[in-house]
Design a protein around this ligand. Structure first.
Ligand SMILES: [Zn+2]
Length: 290
């Protein structure tokens, strides 16, 4: 069956739009002040992603740094023209738990305004850099709701060295009292006595495709769905400059299987049906809004 519109899609695909030099694993070697010294590779990677999505009838949500959108307005308009959703990934990838409440309000508000200005569409979804909303930031969802966001997809409820919310709800919930605002966590599954991620990113890149497919099928069988999946443009970019002097862990995390990622994604996009987060996860809200 060919799916032509994401309203019929079963799961939600998302892309966190940042360039390779903005990733946390490389931040010990490349500071924010140096970003403008690095030629952007994100536009060429997004071109390939848009072509892949078109070939597989996939729609997706692109959570974009406004730092990137300002430098690549044509790319942003191409994403919108492809029928995809634009979401906010903040201004310049500062983790939420590294900001005060007021700093966060300014950052998340400025990113939304800038993205809406450049893209000409409403931006109602937010994803925290590095899934950095946790018990240190109990005000985060409330601030997002006040700023006019409808949802966030910022929880990845597993044990992890950067983010750690293993007991957070695994599915869409409403964390702000008297508000329609939703948090929609990325996909996890309880497998073999442990909660594991089946949401994409480094796990998907490092694992054999059949393992990822098995976990997603398990998720579908046990939980129904929708699953929220994510990846980054730099993850399909095997030609990106190698940054020297990283720890073994950071090196592995960033560079493993970059050359296999596009092929794996192609299989994933064919094996499951994928749409935008707003249309797949909030269909009734959309009808009310319309
Ligand atoms: Zn990010």
């Amino acid at each position: 069956m060919t799916l032509t519109h994401s309203k019929t899609a079963q799961h939600a695909m998302s892309v966190d739009v940042e360039d390779y030099f903005q990733v946390w694993a490389l931040s010990s070697k490349i500071s924010r002040a140096q970003w403008d010294d690095y030629p952007l590779r994100v536009e060429a990677n997004i071109d390939r992603i848009l072509a892949l999505f078109e070939k597989t009838n996939t729609k997706a949500t692109f959570f974009t740094l406004s730092w990137i959108a300002e430098r690549c307005p044509e790319m942003m308009r191409a994403i919108v023209a492809g029928g995809h959703e634009i979401g906010s990934h903040g201004v310049e990838h500062v983790k939420v738990f590294d900001q005060t409440k007021e700093e966060f309000r300014i950052d998340a508000g400025a990113a939304k305004a800038k993205l809406e200005d450049i893209c000409g569409v409403p931006v109602t979804g937010y994803r925290a850099a590095g899934f950095s909303i946790d018990e240190r930031t109990p005000w985060a969802f409330e601030v997002l709701a006040e700023l006019g966001y409808d949802y966030s997809s910022s929880l990845h409820p597993i044990e992890h060295d950067h983010y750690n919310m293993p007991d957070a709800p695994r599915f869409r919930h409403k964390p702000v009292a008297d508000s329609h605002f939703s948090e929609i966590p990325v996909a996890t599954v309880d497998a073999y006595g442990k909660r594991v991620s089946c949401a994409g990113g480094g796990w998907f890149r490092a694992s054999p495709y059949q393992w990822s497919k098995h976990l997603l099928n398990k998720f579908v069988k046990e939980d129904g769905g929708p699953a929220v999946f994510y990846f980054h443009p730099w993850e399909i970019d095997a030609g990106q400059p190698k940054v020297e002097g990283l720890s073994a862990k950071s090196r592995l995390r960033h560079y493993i299987n970059l050359n296999k990622m596009e092929n794996k994604l192609h299989r994933l996009l064919n094996d499951f049906s994928w749409g935008r987060i707003d249309e797949v996860c909030l269909p009734n809200d959309k009808q009310v809004a319309a």
